[in-house]
Design a protein. Sequence first.
Length: 130
Amino acid sequence: MSGYTVVNLKEVEDQAPKFGYAPDLESRFARRALELENSGLSYFRAAPGFRVPFGHHHSEQEEIYVVVAGSARIKLGDDVVDLGPWDAIRVPAHLTRALEGGPEGAEILAFGAPSHENADAQMVEGFWED
């Protein structure tokens, strides 16, 4: 047995169409495909100016978001933070967060641990409204 798993993130099923967010959002959750036991990894692509229409927080899972291309804004509680290429931001579990693609859109990797199959996630509708 090799003990490792290789997955192309762009080949993981895009979940955004199931929820009506395509083509403005691409969401690929690789936890199962990578056979992760204690963490999670996701790939997001947000179209220019697209704001995820809900926020979320966790009871235990902290997350790290890394902008790998383009730019984004992230709302964290009452704060809005601008992020550029290769900016990384750690978000503690309890803090409600939501993302928005910048003027050229954004490609983002999200890492989280510990993994609870998202059972600890709480969705917050209307979190980021102007």
